[in-house]
Design a protein around this ligand. Structure first.
Ligand SMILES: [Mg+2]
Length: 119
């Protein structure tokens, strides 16, 4: 069981991720709707793993990834990407993203990534 923070501006995406992860036995500590809120909640809650959407208002997921990894070099952050975001994915690798999940979400893929990173 891992303690997870979900960062995504889409309420629907957050709900889908929460349902998938909870049904696999994981605990959702909280949700955040943009990068800035994500950083605050990360520092407050110290999750085992964070899912981080890329495209969000206020502060996007790449900037939040960069800042969290500067503050905590061990942060495990899985980026949530959509089709056509290859250059963003390359940037995310550079800033230390642990892995990627793609919308539309595939439960088996997500669960195997989370289990691999938090065992
Ligand atoms: Mg988004």
């Amino acid at each position: 069981m891992a303690n997870i923070l979900i960062v995504d501006d889409s309420r629907t995406s957050r709900k889908i991720l929460r349902t998938m992860l909870e049904s696999a036995g994981h605990n959702i500590l909280d949700e955040a709707a943009n990068g800035e809120e994500g950083i605050e909640k990360y520092l407050d809650l110290k999750p085992d793993l964070t899912t981080m959407d890329i495209t969000m208002p206020v502060m996007d997921g790449i900037e939040a990834l960069k800042q969290i990894r500067m503050l905590d070099n061990n942060a495990k952050i899985v980026m949530v990407t959509a089709a056509g975001q290859k250059s963003k994915m390359i940037e995310a690798i550079k800033f230390g993203a642990a892995d990627f999940i793609t919308k539309p979400f595939e439960p088996d893929h997500i669960i195997s990534i989370v289990n691999k990173l938090t065992k």
